[in-house]
Design a protein around this ligand. Sequence first.
Ligand SMILES: Nc1nc2c(c(=O)[nH]1)N[C@H]1C(S)=C(S)[C@@H](COP(=O)(O)O)O[C@H]1N2
Ligand SMILES: [Mo]
Length: 426
Amino acid sequence: MDSERNSRRELLKAGAALAGGITLGTSGKAAQAQGHDHPMTPGSENASPMIHGSKEQIEYGQRSKYVTSVRVQHPIGGRPSPDVFGKVFHVATPLQDSVGVITPSSLHYIATTRGSFLPDIDPKQHTLTIHGLVDRPLTLTMDELKRFPSVTRLHFIECAGNRHNGKQKNVQDTHGMTSCSEWTGVLLSTLLKECGLKGSAKWFVAEGAEEVKGASSIPIEKAMDDCIIAYGMNGEPLRPQQGFPVRIMVPGFEGIYHTKFLRRIKIVDRFYMNYNEFGHLRPGDKELALGEQIGPKSVITYPSGTQQLPGPGFYEITGLAWSGGGAIRTVEVSTDGGKKWNRAEFKNTPQRMAHVRFAYQWKWDGTETQIMSRCTDEIGQRQPTREQIANWWKVPVERDYRVPGLDNSVMPWKIARDGSVTNGLA
Ligand SMILES: Nc1nc2c(c(=O)[nH]1)N[C@H]1C(S)=C(S)[C@@H](COP(=O)(O)O)O[C@H]1N2
Ligand SMILES: [Mo]
């Protein structure tokens, strides 16, 4: 532990010396500018052009025009969004530009699998019905739903289609089908206690409001544990693309279970084969329920594919880690292609089924190498290697094969001598 800390201090010193040189140069200039003129003074040589506030920008804020990071269709070469009819399919979050752990709502990934347009729902007209094996079925308006005690929790969602292969260029393509938001809503257990579950209640089915309803079977234990009937996201109502006015959060389960535009929950006595289960078949109910849980997964977002390191020296390697099994316990980073693993630090407190931001301070000596991360979660699950995943899914071990099921394997980035960063699986 101590020697680890010492070596980090040394690295930091080396880094600080380097960074100090650069900082001195610019901060010197900035100090001069500040000393002479108030930057707001018209005619000052250091004055910035002013932004003319439009009514829209003042009423509902927009980011700076210099910040241009956007979502892109997923996978590259797949169905475009919007298509010629205006439909939205799969759209990925620009993780390469992310800071912290919250994905801005405008950049949350989108997966619309039910072949329909986004429903345009008037929340005043919308109701949520809970029925089936309950003593007192409930139909709630959105206003009634909001009268129940609420919870606010950080949770990620990840689509099962979030799989990496050697053909993808950047981390948006490899890992952009996951995002993390702060969700507000009512615990499903709160509503189920209100309804009174019958003894035969074993599963529930959640249904959306599109023409193609789509539905998922989820074990009742999960309902009583931590599912949230969410109407809030990052401090405001859900966005339409995220299921306005209400969706279910099934923390840690594959994205497809997080039914948007939620209109009905039916409590049932067994697993029901629904639209959503097609293509998700696994041998038995138990495995099915467990198989829906996203494994421990992590990825380095900086430096990552298509980014460019200016030259040898100090870098803070940073990335995201998450698990469907609970909170992340440890993240390790390797800067030598997986020979030596170093403990990364957390930038925020790890929370259950939420992204956590990790970092590792590194001095790059300018030689070609591969960097990668791996994590473990609070129940001791460890992020697998690509070879382990291949064995699990019984697919050949080729570097660029497409993993058929969930893919939480380690992702390598290659750093070339010229500082260019590319996909290590290519
Ligand atoms: N009603 C409805 N719910 C849905 C879907 C959908 O198409 N319709 N897509 C599912 C899939 S496949 C995923 S991965 C998540 C994505 O949630 P997001 O679009 O908010 O990121 O929503 C799920 N819930
Ligand atoms: Mo998905």
